[in-house]
Design a protein. Structure first.
Length: 82
């Protein structure tokens, strides 16, 4: 199954690790460190020019998506994602 993350980005659901609301980046020290590490490793992709609403973590890349985390969760049909 595929998941559309916004713009022209589509990932395989098997690559998905987690979906977070963008607010976690500001409220959690650990998430800030995680994203900083991903940026240093050049494993971050910003989708489109719109403001990011969610962070999608895959096995290899961290995406900033303009689609809300709740909408992305509905697209996955998986009940255990945040």
């Amino acid at each position: 199954m595929y998941i559309h993350l916004g713009g022209e980005r589509i990932i395989l659901s098997s690559e998905l690790v987690a979906i977070f609301d963008i607010s976690i980046e500001k409220s959690s020290k650990i998430s800030k460190q995680f994203v900083s590490h991903a940026i240093e490793g050049k494993n971050v992709v910003r989708i489109g020019e719109e403001e990011a609403k969610s962070i999608v973590v895959t096995k290899n890349i961290v995406y900033y998506s303009p689609i809300s985390s709740s909408t992305l969760k509905k697209k996955t049909n998986l009940n255990y994602l945040v």
